[in-house]
Design a protein around this ligand. Structure first.
Ligand code: MN
Length: 474
């Protein structure tokens, strides 16, 4: 997740020269107080940096050009302290290529009836300025976020924080690079799509590698490197030998350790931050990468199985947006249909994201049940409880479409001693019948990304920024 670590946001405060230099000095002082308070709130994930007052078209245009040019600036927050004529904003706003948040707030919380005069009105007229400025953003179809409320309030600051995460993810979307180890799973429809269009619309680079390219990296991993990684596993996970001998178990896990080292090295050397595998395409490999993939998911790499590069890229995107908390690749597996207990069991053949684990994962070695490779090692755990969103992207031929369903995850209470994979359970909104029906009716995939940290509003904010059709089921 280091890519997002150095980002910042610029705070641009609108005014004009009409009210004199004394008024502008006061605007500037208010803006500095607000900037400091927001930065000290402890809620914003990235710093806010106050810029020169936006008092002319030339100044605004120059700020916005600078925002575009600087990689560390992820977006702009504007506040109309006074009345800032919107024609001044047209050129700069049109040029701005990064997310924009219009903070509709004002310096004073209440109207001071005992002292209010025309000087005060002229200086504190956010309500007036908001409408002038909002008009031009609407007319330019800027798809900017609008947050309304008093700036000292936590719920307002939280909305700014949530948007910052989306803005950073939007910027990072253009840096998402997916390495596909093998092609898509044969015959599967929903995991396929137009890679050129994905690059045009979302900025995603999607490259194919024959599995032999990865096997070379696997073969180059040393025993010492594997020993070191096994020591890390021993600190983090429960070793569960099950019906295997200790030696057979260790031999299997060591293969996954070599895959983790090899895949990470391959991705890092070539600049990829997401990848896919395909259990049908493993020539030269002894196991399907399972534990190895889960370890890389936990480190923030995007992933999806069966060559599903769309979901791998979406996984990386939402991991950046959530700062890799409780967010990962998922697959709808099995319904619970008992009346009043309806739910969906989520899992994958191996690769369930450990950021969703509610307890210390166990490493187990067990047959895969499909494919023709050796028994792979994987992390097994139960998923956390929490409110969240499940998201899927599908290619409809003429356009991409995003499906968002709000879900309530809960911890399973009944043990499943024979289930050799991690499990996550959730109910869908508004209810099982309507939620599942809407998902199927809209053509949502079985591969998804779930996040117990992100909100529907955040996903929709991103979708609007990239002109992506979306359906919300809630
Ligand atoms: Mn799958």
């Amino acid at each position: 997740m280091s890519a997002a670590a150095d980002k910042q946001f610029w705070f641009v405060v609108g005014s004009q020269h009409l009210y004199g230099e004394e008024a502008l000095a006061e605007v500037k002082a208010h803006a500095q107080t607000m900037t400091d308070a927001l930065n000290n709130s402890g809620l914003l994930p990235y710093p806010l940096v106050l810029q020169d007052l936006a008092v002319s078209a030339d100044k605004i245009t120059s700020i916005m050009k600078e925002v575009n040019y600087r990689d560390e600036v992820a977006g702009v927050i504007t506040w109309m302290h006074t009345f800032s004529p919107a024609k001044m904003w047209i050129r700069g706003t049109k040029l701005l290529q990064k997310p924009l948040l219009h903070l509709a707030t004002q310096y004073n919380e209440s109207i001071p009836w005992a002292t209010i005069d025309m000087d005060f009105m002229n200086l504190n007229q956010a309500a007036h300025g908001d409408r002038e400025y909002g008009f031009i953003n609407a007319r330019l179809q800027k798809q900017n976020k609008i947050v309304v409320g008093y700036w000292e309030r936590q719920e307002v600051q939280q909305q700014i924080a949530d948007w910052m995460d989306v803005a950073v993810a939007y910027n990072e979307s253009f840096n998402i690079k997916v390495a596909r180890f093998g092609d898509n799973m044969r015959n599967v429809g929903v995991t396929d799509g137009d890679k050129v269009e994905a690059q045009i619309q979302f900025g995603w680079t999607v490259d194919y590698y024959g599995i032999g390219d990865l096997v070379q990296y696997v073969n180059a991993v040393t025993e010492q490197e594997i020993d070191d990684l096994m020591a890390q596993y021993a600190e983090l996970y429960v070793f569960e030998y099950g019906e295997n001998s200790k030696e057979a178990w260790e031999a299997s896990v060591r293969i996954q350790a070599s895959y983790e080292i090899a895949i990470k090295r391959f991705l890092d050397e070539k600049g990829y931050n997401a990848f896919t595998t395909n259990f049908e395409d493993l020539h030269g490999m002894k196991q399907l990468p399972g534990l190895a993939v889960q370890r890389l998911m936990a480190q923030g790499y995007g992933f999806a199985g069966e060559g599903d590069w769309k979901t791998a890229a979406l996984d990386r995107l939402l991991k950046v947006m959530s700062r890799n908390q409780n967010t990962g690749f998922m697959e709808d597996y099995t319904y619970e249909m008992a009346a009043g207990q309806e739910a969906i069991l989520q899992s994958h053949m191996l690769e369930v994201d450990p950021t969703l684990a509610s307890s210390q994962p166990r490493i187990i070695v067990s047959p895969l049940g499909i494919g023709d490779r050796k028994d792979p090692a994987r992390l097994v755990f139960d998923g956390k409880a929490g409110e969240g969103v499940v998201v899927s992207m599908a290619d409809f031929g003429t356009h991409y479409k995003l499906l968002i369903n709000e879900v309530s995850a809960f911890e399973p209470t009944v043990p499943a001693p024979k289930l050799p994979v991690a499990r996550v359970l959730w109910t869908v909104k508004p209810n099982f019948q309507d939620g599942v029906k809407a998902w199927i009716e809209n053509g949502g995939g079985h591969h998804t990304v779930v996040s117990l940290n992100l909100t529907t509003d955040q996903i929709v904010t991103y979708a609007k920024l990239v002109n992506l059709e979306y359906v919300v089921i809630k």
